[in-house]
Write a protein that binds this ligand. Structure first.
Ligand code: MG
Length: 154
């Protein structure tokens, strides 16, 4: 078995780009700044999987200097990561995710987020929403952070 952890953080954008978390477009909330669609959840899960498989990190595989990934659907990036992990001889056993933010509330979107991630990784995924209790940059509602852990089996 192999275990990997992923972390990502994005700041809120000032323009009207949509907020996308685990492939779910959440209306009426500020979007996140980033080269791709800035889906911090898809990025953290991708990094957990790449880390577990010993395949480096998302920046090596999908560099933000590459115009291919400008505005990219990060769930498509995640699916590509899953195929790289499979090619390396691993199967995803499960993934556990913490989304840390003051806004939006994760609970109303949690089932859809989980289902999108299950569809992408082909294994059970658990999504948890966590507030930062007003502390630090996340507490000041400057952005959204995400942590993920992934377990791989041969
Ligand atoms: Mg990111």
């Amino acid at each position: 078995m192999r275990i990997g952890q992923g972390f990502d953080i994005h700041r809120f954008a000032d323009d009207d780009r949509p907020l996308v978390l685990a492939g779910v477009r959440i209306a009426g909330e500020r979007g996140l700044l980033g080269h791709s669609d800035a889906d911090a959840v898809a990025h953290a899960v991708s990094d957990a999987l790449l880390g577990a498989a010993g395949l480096g990190d998302i920046g090596q595989h999908f560099p933000d200097t590459d115009p291919t990934w400008k505005g990219a659907d990060s769930m498509a990036i995640l699916r590509e990561v899953v195929s790289k992990v499979r090619e390396a001889g691993w199967k995803v056993a499960n993934v556990d995710v913490n989304v840390i933010c003051e806004r939006p509330k994760i609970a109303p979107h949690r089932n859809t987020m989980q289902q999108n991630l299950v569809d992408a990784v082909g294994a059970p995924v658990n999504v948890k929403g966590r507030r930062a209790e007003g502390l630090g940059s996340i507490g000041r509602v400057e952005g959204i952070a995400c942590m993920a852990v992934a377990l791989l089996i041969p």
